[in-house]
Design a protein around this ligand. Structure first.
Ligand code: GP9
Ligand code: MN
Length: 625
């Protein structure tokens, strides 16, 4: 037995040598050609082992061949894999990102790359192919002619590759839960599952989207149009155009839930600045986030498109190639320049690619900020720094602008430097919840300073400010501490109520008021457009203007729960809002149908890329009838 194993190793020695070459080389390229940040030793380990499973799997195909063909396959597979790595290296030099299939086929990108490809290639790059030359020469000896491997040998190799892959993904999942279902970031995928596996993963996602798109046809958009048309509500004439021509500041307040507003912890206000701001703004205390697995990116999707994000995965990743009619694109025709400002890696949530599809003119990302260990915490640049450093960026923009600022400090695990703690942590048994209040308080302070700087920069008067929470910060895992804080049991009904996030619309020079209407992030697009005096009645959208007189109190969450004026429906149970008690399910029936229809239509649009069939002019004609 032992001898047999030894013999197999010897017989297929070039298979093992080539595997080792490819494995170590890939790791070497990770370390030298890409800038992949490493937070801990575990991540180093993952990075080191991640090329191994695919290397074994690919080279396994050579075992099906004997003699000369076996040798050729080894060289060929090594060469193709190396070429994939090399293509990523060159691509990275130009785009500072890894290749993703749609980008590769985007002609504009290839054009950019084509022009400069020679300046991106360096003589030393040849070293990447050195092992292949060595393999080709060394192996090319007639007396090295192994037999075709036995089924058992191939089976063992296959099992080993899969086992290593499972171990790899297993450790990666502990580092990054839901890595594969939520996608997150190309860099993170490469770091965790390796370049080769990442390309396979990317190919699967893209082909799935392509297939669904191919089966869709133009007639499907008609039902959606009819639905949207029937639910359209005219804007309040008093509010329509109220902010015409103003700059738009959209501020995504990370993980901020509505329950912290006007609330204290240990007698200290959690959001003193926001509480003040609310007193001369429109404030919506019954406003819900509607995000799914795509978290911040889902909130952005809702905001810019008035479509729902997907039931699983992040639409920013899976359907960035779709046709959209997003706000940045629409307001361009009204003279607006649009930008996103966010001090994180530009490929996080596939933002760099999605923002192009949404029609954003500019994206100020990590590379546009000065980020040092001193001015960073947790996920990156501290909010105060981020917002201050954003001022020159917006000053550089054409007016009027539509600019989305994405804050980050109040992100799980809610860590802060001591100097940034304006209120002490809370004192329950749950560290996450305790820290949450303190980081929310910090972001509140950062926003206060930002408003001061905006005023100093002379940008305040001609702007409107829309601040919204992107999604929850405290998950249901923390119900005991939340229940202690709120002084009540967290029932499924209360859990839905906790999905409220603040929405504050501040228009300098106007008083504003508290708006009790029930709504969600899907309503932001028509609300903003109408304030700017831009019609939306011909757009495909599922939201309704939050100021519209005839609007229905209604918000559908991504898990199909929904909230109306008097009821909350969740987990197949209808609750009375005033008592929080279960009530006759009939009361929720009518709007239940609507909630289902709406999510269904929105998903259909995304899966089928249906907006490519949408002709606004035909829709306009129908609206007139
Ligand atoms: C990352 C930021 C936070 O860029 O958007 O991500 P999240 O986990 O909140 O979606
Ligand atoms: Mn977020």
């Amino acid at each position: 037995m032992k001898l047999k194993i030894k013999q197999s190793f010897f017989e297929y020695r070039f298979f093992f040598i080539a595997s080792a070459f490819l494995w170590f080389k890939t790791y070497f390229i990770y370390k030298t050609a890409f800038e992949i940040p490493m937070d801990n030793v575990m991540q180093q380990v993952i990075l080191f082992i991640n090329p191994l499973s695919s290397t074994l799997l690919f080279l396994m195909f050579s075992l099906y061949f004997s003699g000369k063909n076996h040798r050729r396959m080894i060289v060929l597979i090594s060469a193709v894999s190396t070429f994939v790595m090399y293509a990523n290296m060159v691509f990275y030099r130009f785009f500072n990102d890894f290749i993703t299939i749609p980008v590769l086929f985007q002609t504009s990108n290839m054009g950019d790359l084509g022009d400069s490809i020679f300046s991106l290639i360096e003589p030393l790059d040849l070293l990447v192919f050195a092992d292949i030359i060595v393999l080709a020469v060394w192996m090319n000896r007639r007396n090295y002619a192994p037999k075709r491997a036995s089924r058992k040998q191939i089976g063992i190799t296959f099992a080993a590759a899969i086992a290593i892959f499972i171990i790899n993904v297993g450790i990666a999942e502990t580092e990054r839960p839901q890595l594969l279902t939520r996608s997150f970031d190309r860099e993170m995928l490469i770091k965790n599952i390796g370049t080769y596996n990442y390309h396979i993963y990317d190919a699967v996602i893209q082909s799935k989207a392509k297939a669904q798109r191919a089966f869709a046809d133009g007639s499907e958009i008609t039902d959606v149009e009819n639905y949207v048309r029937a639910n359209y509500k005219n804007p309040d004439p008093k509010m329509f155009g109220k902010a015409k021509g103003k700059n738009v500041f959209l501020i995504s307040v990370e993980s901020t839930q509505n329950f912290v507003i006007n609330e204290t912890v240990n007698g200290k206000e959690i959001t003193p600045f926001l509480n003040d701001l609310i007193s001369d703004s429109y404030y919506f205390p019954n406003f819900y986030h509607q995000t799914g697995q795509g978290k911040t990116s889902d909130s952005e999707f809702l905001l810019d498109n008035s479509l729902y994000p997907l039931p699983s995965g992040a639409v920013f990743f899976t359907h960035a190639q779709n046709q959209f009619n997003a706000t940045p694109e629409l307001i361009k025709k009204h003279g607006y320049e649009s930008a996103v400002l966010h001090a994180n890696n530009k490929s996080f949530w596939n933002r760099d690619i999605m923002y192009d599809s949404l029609g954003y003119d500019k994206f100020f990302s990590l590379k546009d900020y000065e980020v040092t260990p001193e001015n960073s915490i947790g996920w990156g640049l501290k909010d105060k720094e981020f917002l201050q450093q954003s001022i020159p960026h917006i000053q550089s923009m054409k007016k009027p602008f539509y600019a989305k600022f994405i804050t980050l400090t109040n992100h799980f695990p809610f860590t802060l430097d001591e100097e940034d703690e304006y209120i002490p942590e809370w004192t329950s048994d749950d560290g996450t919840v305790n820290r949450y209040f303190t980081t929310v308080r910090y972001t509140d302070e950062a926003l206060k300073e930002f408003f001061e700087s905006v005023k100093q920069a002379g940008l305040y008067k001609d702007s409107i400010f829309i601040l919204y929470g992107d999604h929850y910060g405290i998950s249901e895992n923390h119900n005991p501490a939340m229940s202690q804080f709120l002084g009540k049991e967290i029932t499924p009904f209360e859990s839905v109520q906790l999905q409220k996030v603040p929405l504050i619309i501040h228009m300098p020079g106007q008083k504003g008021k508290v708006m009790e209407t029930v709504g969600g992030q899907i309503d932001l697009k028509p609300t903003i457009m109408h304030l700017l005096g831009i019609e939306t009645k011909n757009d495909i959208q599922f939201g309704t203007d939050l100021f519209a007189k005839g609007r229905q109190d209604f918000a559908v969450l991504r898990d199909s729960s929904f909230i109306t004026k008097d009821h909350v429906f969740t987990g197949s149970v209808c609750y009375d809002k005033t008592t929080g008690e279960k009530t006759d399910s009939k009361a929720c029936e009518a709007l239940g149908e609507r909630a289902k229809a709406e999510l269904g239509f929105s998903d259909k649009i995304i899966y089928g890329d249906l907006l490519r069939f949408f002709d606004k002019n035909v829709h306009t004609e129908k609206m007139k009838q």
